[in-house]
Design a protein around this ligand. Structure first.
Ligand SMILES: *Cc1c(COP(=O)(O)O)cnc(C)c1O
Length: 425
């Protein structure tokens, strides 16, 4: 039925009904995972005796901040890790990953990425682009890469051979697809890679870029043998409530090294004022399994709707998922722009703004982004971004509530239709 608040074209209404039918089964699975992970997170709160006093926050050096320590323990528990470093001081996922890399790697060490080229914003961190900016390369850290096989799987033979031919300090594994169309890596697949790495080379650290993956499955890569996992609090684990920040979780000795990099050697985790950020981070983690489920439902609905409308969406509506990202191949730059403008129009904040492609820091080509979010750049909130390059696909993620996520997706389809760019229309 058409909503008086959000009138849609009849053709889209019919497609939305068809899509809703296809969502039924996948939604049941999403609810089951959300229930499982909600119990896990709640248990982490109760086991660690989270109390109202933990929200007080500290100033200055942040000595003896019991809330900060409790937050680290709760996150560690919820993520199946020995220890965690959860801080609002991390400005982004990229900053958090860079902190973990610089914390573990030393001059002369080799880092190997086994999931092809890592996420675009890591180019300058590793030193694949730019010079003299203080990249890992500038500090004498070598970089190697094992490309994915044509079917998107990790090339285990090549990884094994690379580990045997050279001492590798750290293997970087990216769970989510980033701006590529490869399938994202399941926790099970990541576990297999970690086992292989540790078998061939026991001292090698496995680090998983876990961005967009948290709470999508019942387990995390740390449960499956990863030494470190890293993510952003303005994605899944912040539940849409953390205002900024990131986390690093895993083996305590490695988390300590990352903490030394974030603050200074000798102080590590013992300092860091939490100001007024603790309650939002605790509350965000509490909401995270549920909000992740809302984002997943939005992604599944988008896949079902756009498949119904004749587009290629990956993953498909029925495919198993390990992250909240949906990719829709729109085919032309004009369609990308119309889609992103539609998402923006269907957002609660800045709905009247028209996104334009621009040169984002950290990205190699122009990117268009729709983000009508409460928190700047938050992508657990409904958001879409697309690099203006082949195959002209849009990467869609987030949705704090499925009800509004669904409307945002429909607004994008409506924008395509109104621009005369919708297939068969
Ligand atoms: C979002 C993301 C990052 C980090 O991105 P920021 O914009 O710096 O927060 C890194 N890797 C992957 C796979 C991501 O999805």
């Amino acid at each position: 039925m058409n909503s008086p608040f959000f009138p849609l074209d009849e053709k889209l209404l019919r497609a939305a009904d068809t899509a809703a039918e296809r969502c039924r089964q996948p939604f049941e699975q999403i609810d089951a995972v959300s229930q499982w992970n909600s119990a896990k997170v709640l248990a982490a709160f109760t086991r660690n005796h989270v109390a109202a006093e933990h929200f007080a926050g500290s100033t200055g050096y942040g000595y003896d901040d019991r809330g900060r320590d409790a937050l680290d323990r709760v996150f560690a528990d919820a993520l199946g890790a020995e220890d965690a470093l959860v801080r609002h001081n991390f400005v982004s996922g990229t900053h958090t990953i860079a902190t973990a890399l610089f914390g573990v790697l030393r001059p002369g060490d080799t880092m190997l990425c086994c999931t092809g080229k890592p996420y675009d914003t890591l180019d300058e961190v590793i030193g694949l682009r730019g010079e003299g900016m203080g990249s890992l390369k500038d500090f004498g850290v070598n970089y190697r890469q094992v490309d994915l096989k044509p079917n998107g799987a990790v090339d285990k033979e090549a990884l094994s051979a690379a580990l045997r031919s050279e001492r590798v300090k750290l293997v970087h594994i990216q769970r989510s697809r980033g701006y590529s169309l490869r399938p994202s890596l399941t926790v099970e697949a990541i576990g297999e890679i970690c086992r292989l790495v540790h078998e061939v080379s026991p001292f090698t650290v496995t680090l998983v870029d876990n961005c967009y993956g948290e709470f999508v499955e019942k387990t995390e890569p740390t449960d499956a043998g990863a030494d470190l996992i890293v993510g952003s609090l303005i994605k899944n684990p912040g539940g849409g409530m953390a205002e900024t920040g990131g986390y690093i979780a895993g083996r305590a000795a490695l988390v300590a090294l990352a903490a030394n990099r974030l603050t200074v050697p000798g102080m590590g985790k013992e300092v860091g004022p939490t100001l007024s950020q603790l309650q939002g981070m605790f509350k965000g983690l509490f909401f995270a399994p549920h909000v992740t489920a809302q984002a997943l439902k939005t992604a599944v609905f988008a896949a079902a709707l756009f498949e119904t409308l004749g587009y290629e969406a990956t993953p498909g509506p029925d495919a198993p998922r390990t992250d909240i990202v949906e990719t829709i191949r729109l085919g032309t730059p004009e369609a990308l722009i119309a889609f992103c403008r539609g998402i923006q129009q269907g957002s609660p904040v800045d709905s009247f703004a028209a996104p334009e492609p621009w040169d984002m820091p950290g990205y190699a080509c122009k990117v268009i982004m729709a983000a009508g979010a409460f928190i700047g750049g938050s992508s657990i909130e409904l958001s879409a971004d697309a690099p203006l390059r082949e195959p002209y696909a849009v990467w869609l993620q987030g949705g704090l509530t499925f009800e509004t996520g669904r409307l945002g997706v429909l607004a994008a389809a409506q924008a395509l239709l109104e621009a005369g760019l919708l297939k068969d229309s």
